[in-house]
Design a protein around this ligand. Structure first.
Ligand code: G4F
Length: 326
């Protein structure tokens, strides 16, 4: 069989790097779209890809520019496209909703349109998000649950999801959306709460910091391991028909519980260090997320292999070593 060619937007991020590794291990030819600045500053901006860089084909383009995306698509002509790139930090989307909408909605629209024009047979993965459920009317949330986004980011993802479904239904394209609940790893960005906590634990342990300022400690999230979740993305594009799938662990935990376990892993009591700082509260919060991934399990046998305690441990151990070495 001919080698399959995959194109990943957001390849430099946490999910992009795990997905690229997974696809390489399956024998794919892997291409990625990156910003021009990333190619000019590889040691910082491509650091998550450092182990596989020589096996990748990177192309510079911007989600804000249709011609640049069109150019890459016409050159690569992928069999599968994984659209992961986005302004993905919910807090920031409140500060600049306009650029969040431009990047997340227009960027998705540009890609779908370029695929339709150039490679209509290409299978397209859209990175939806549990943030689309927002103020959800039920717990757990499944593919049937009504969306009620509570942030500009959530609104942008609902629109991207609707656009994706509309291309699937109008043009008979293979477009699948993953509704992924929070997924973390040692490669998570430091602005997200899990990595903020584990990196602070490591720096407090070293005596570099004395406090960890956080916002809402009672928010509940369904946290899984990103390495598991990228496998579901790939499986979604191997089905007979395109569809949408929830990917989650089915457990929910508070930010407070994450702190408790993370500090305990380093032999510390979180109550001695965590302080509530109203600056980290959001104008509108999503209080409880918990996913029901039974459709993915039933259709392609996907199940998480890493659950909450193991995930916290993995991230804390990684950061203890990382900051020890600095
Ligand atoms: O880690 P977070 O910033 O992730 P959030 O907002 O749930 O979004 C992440 O998961 C989504 C999937 O549902 C993705 F679509 C999205 O791109 C992103 O990856 O915040 C988690 C919770 C929130 O309730 C937040 O209010 O932690 C609470 N929190 C409390 N203190 C904090 C902080 N979050 C951050 N980032 N920083 C804090 O100091």
């Amino acid at each position: 069989m001919a080698t399959k060619r995959a194109l990943i937007t957001g390849i430099t991020g946490q999910d992009g790097s795990y997905l690229a590794e997974h696809l390489l291990s399956l024998g794919y030819e892997v291409h990625g779209i990156v910003r021009r600045v990333a190619l000019e500053d590889p040691s910082n901006r491509l650091n998550r890809l450092s182990g596989i860089l020589d096996q990748l084909h990177l192309h510079s383009a911007s989600l804000e520019s249709f011609p640049s995306l069109y150019g890459v698509l016409s050159e690569v002509r992928p069999d599968e496209l994984y659209h992961l790139a986005a302004q993905s930090f919910v807090s920031y989307s409140f500060e600049d909703s306009f650029s969040t909408f431009h990047t997340n909605i227009d960027g998705t629209h540009y890609l779908l349109e370029a695929v339709r024009k150039l490679v209509p047979e290409c299978r397209f993965y859209f990175a939806g998000s549990s943030e689309m459920f927002g103020h959800a009317p039920e717990v757990p949330q499944s593919e049937q649950t009504r969306f009620y986004p509570r942030s500009p980011y959530g609104i942008s993802k609902v629109t991207g999801f609707d656009l994706s479904r509309n291309y699937r239904e109008s043009y008979d394209m293979y477009v699948a959306s993953g509704i992924l609940f929070n997924h973390e790893s040692p490669r998570r960005g430091f602005e997200f709460v899990t990595r903020k906590i584990t990196s602070h634990v490591a720096r407090i342990k070293r005596g570099e910091l004395t406090k960890l300022p956080l916002g809402n400690l009672e928010a509940k999230r369904d946290w899984g391991f990103a390495g598991d979740y990228v496998k579901a993305m790939h499986l979604m594009l191997q089905q007979e028909k395109p569809d949408d799938f929830v990917i989650a662990t089915g457990e929910t935990h508070t930010v407070r519980e994450f702190c408790e376990l993370a500090f305990a892993e380093a032999g510390l009591n979180y109550e001695d260090y965590v302080v509530v700082d109203p600056r980290f509260y959001r104008p509108a919060e999503v209080h409880v997320l918990m996913g029901d991934a039974s459709k993915a399990k039933q259709q392609f046998g996907w199940e998480p292999t890493v659950l909450f305690p193991e995930l916290v441990k993995m991230m804390v151990q990684h950061d203890l070593e990382l900051f020890q070495a600095k």
